[in-house]
Ligand binder design. Structure first.
Ligand SMILES: Nc1ncnc2c1ncn2[C@@H]1O[C@H](COP(=O)(O)OP(=O)(O)OP(=O)(O)O)[C@@H](O)[C@H]1O
Ligand SMILES: [Mg+2]
Length: 600
């Protein structure tokens, strides 16, 4: 198990490294800059000896002229090196972030509908915003300091050995001692950081849901309880963040204490060597300066381990998504479906989301141009049935055919191109009204857009908007009514002009007047198309050629309004129920016997 997880990690490390690889020339230049910075640090430690021994003890006047100039030069080069390294490494870091964000988004977009039903929106957003940022700080900050600090440490250790190799050997015994707690802290940080990020994602998801559902919160007077639930989340985050801060805060004093031990030893032993005349004060102080300067890069390296651990934890969460495969696959070289009228057939279709069968033995042939109405009690499987046609989900058993070709054997994009959908929830984007109607159809002419809007009975209210077709949906605030939104969605489906049409409870949330308008718009939409229309209100299916009744995942009845009424079964029960509830209106009743099937 342990081995397996390291194997997976290694593959992921390679992916991160391959992201960095393409910037090898920038990395090389940055490394050059880091070398300059490291060399300048070592040089300033080195210079302590000539300053002390030559200037202060021997009063050497030439050195008095050379050394200040050397110091100026060293610090100038150091500044240049630092700037170059910062710029280059940030460039690399930021471009990796962009790449990662892009590929996350691309991948998430390609995941099937089932993925979005399982994952919470806020959590997914957190992956693309927070986690990617943490990975960035690992790459651009940590990677930089890793190289620079390693170079600096090597340079300073070089000075230490050059000045007094015996003392250096003794002093370096302390270093491995310091490494052990670094590893220990790193593991702990990684664990705590994972908890923090998960809590953060959780909070994001909560915010997203409560802001979206704000109306319901107000209507049910849940403000107080939601506030409390939010406080619980921030409290949890607070505790976790404090835990992380404590681990981080502890790692530095522990390092410092170990460093202090080393310095105490150097003062004792090194001072003894100066007093006994084996060494000079210049050598001692140069040595000491190098050791003190070592402290900073070593400490940063230990912090670096922390950010690497945090970054790897974030990388795991990111790659968990990137490595997830879509189960809605497309065969290589699958043929395109040509545009034109299509028939659709369900043959022995069974479907389950998890364990229970939601659709059982569905057999259904819909001819091209036929309008099929699907009715039935709530939860019967109507939405599930139509969701199988554009392959939002794949059948568990059996198959669905378009013109006698299995839909799993054709190009997915071309399949979806043949289908226009109006869903129950009217989903619009914060673009202009025009762009919403032309969604997926960017080349549509102004005339075509207006024609679609007119056919959807939307043109009249659109022209009354402050900027007409240019008004953005967001600018309208909450002003669009349910019926208006639906008519915009219908206009969008009309403009797509696809041969197969799916309408899922398209008139469920409307008042009588707007229902009539939407109904007219839908009738326009259905003309000559293979149509699946789901309706709760039987008044909205008067134009159907055929009606099927779905109950508990099966087609229990099938026929015209008259034949189904004559059966005196499920359909007539539904019909009677609606009549007695007064939901139906006389003018909305199915037309007597005019609903005959016209062969497509
Ligand atoms: N993503 C899902 N995961 C698991 N079960 C689901 C999922 N979506 C729907 N179901 C279940 O499948 C069954 C059929 O749901 P479906 O939405 O197809 O019913 P419906 O006939 O459209 O109902 P309604 O008339 O209320 O819209 C229900 O029992 C529902 O709980
Ligand atoms: Mg439904």
């Amino acid at each position: 198990m342990g081995k397996l997880s390291t194997l997976i990690l290694n593959a992921r490390h390679k992916r991160i490294l391959s992201l960095i690889q393409e910037h090898w020339f920038r990395l090389l230049a940055a490394m050059g800059c880091m070398l300059v910075v490291a060399a300048s640090t070592a040089a300033s430690a080195y210079l302590v000896k000539p300053v002390l021994d030559d200037i202060f003890f021997n009063k050497d006047v030439t050195m008095l002229k050379i050394i200040p100039v050397a110091v100026i030069l060293i610090y100038f080069l150091r500044g240049l090196g630092q700037y170059g390294q910062e710029f280059l490494m940030n460039y690399v870091g930021q471009s990796i972030i962009k790449r990662l964000r892009d590929s996350l988004y691309v991948h998430i977009q390609e995941l099937p509908v089932s993925f979005f039903q399982k994952e919470r929106t806020g959590v997914l957003m957190s992956r693309i915003t927070n986690d990617v940022n943490i990975l960035k700080s690992m790459v651009s900050t940590a990677f930089t300091s890793a190289l620079r600090d390693c170079f600096t440490i090597i340079g300073l250790i070089g000075v230490i050995f050059y000045r007094d190799w015996r003392l250096a050997l003794y002093a370096l015994i302390v270093l491995p001692l310091a490494f052990y707690p670094i590893v220990l802290f790193g593991k702990r940080i990684r664990r705590v950081s994972t908890g923090c990020q998960e809590a953060m994602a959780e909070m994001n998801a909560f915010l997203h849901e409560t802001f979206m559902g704000n109306k319901i919160i107000k209507a049910f007077g849940m403000e107080g309880i939601e506030k409390k639930r939010f406080f619980e989340k921030t409290q949890k985050l607070f505790r976790l963040e404090m835990k992380a801060a404590m681990v981080r805060a502890l790692s530095s004093p522990v390092m410092e204490f170990l460093g202090g031990l080393g310095i105490a030893f150097i003062i004792g032993y090194g001072g003894y060597r100066v007093i006994t005349g084996v060494s000079t004060p210049g050598t001692f102080f140069s040595f000491m300066a190098a050791v003190l300067m070592l402290y900073d890069p070593v400490k940063k390296l230990s912090g670096l381990n922390n950010s690497i651990q945090e970054g790897l934890a974030a990388a795991d969460r990111i790659f968990d998504i990137i490595e997830r495969d879509s189960d809605i696959a497309e065969e290589a070289g699958a043929p395109e479906i040509p545009s034109g009228p299509h028939s659709v057939a369900f043959r022995k279709v069974f479907f389950k989301y998890d364990t229970e069968w939601v659709l059982k033995d569905i057999n259904l042939e819909v001819k091209s141009g036929e309008i099929l109405a699907i009715v039935g009690m709530s939860g019967g499987g109507k939405t599930t049935l139509v969701n199988l046609i554009p392959r939002f989900f794949d059948v568990t058993r059996g198959a669905i055919y378009i013109d006698n070709t299995d839909i799993r054997k054709v190009q997915l994009a071309s399949l979806r191109k043949q289908i226009a959908i109006v869903t129950q929830e009217s989903i619009l984007f914060n673009e202009s009204v025009r762009d919403n109607i032309a969604y997926g159809n960017p080349k549509a002419s102004e005339a075509a857009i207006q024609e679609a809007a007119k056919a959807a009975y939307a043109h009249e209210f659109i022209v009354q908007f402050p900027k007409g077709y240019d008004t953005r949906i967001g600018e309208l605030g909450g002003r669009l009514s349910g019926g208006e939104k639906q008519r915009l969605c219908i206009a969008r489906a009309l403009l797509k002009d696809a041969p197969i049409l799916i309408l899922d409870e398209a008139t469920s949330s409307l008042d009588t007047e707007s229902e009539m308008l939407v109904q007219k718009a839908i009738e326009n939409l259905m003309q000559g198309r293979t149509t699946f229309v789901i309706a709760h209100r039987l008044s909205t299916i008067s134009y159907a050629h055929r009606i099927i009744v779905i109950a508990d995942g099966r087609i229990v009845e099938e026929g015209t309004h008259e034949s189904l009424m004559a059966l005196n079964g499920e359909y007539s029960k539904l019909y009677q129920m609606q009549l007695s509830n007064g939901e139906d209106r006389p003018q909305g009743l199915p037309r007597p016997s005019s609903a005959t099937l016209s062969p497509g």
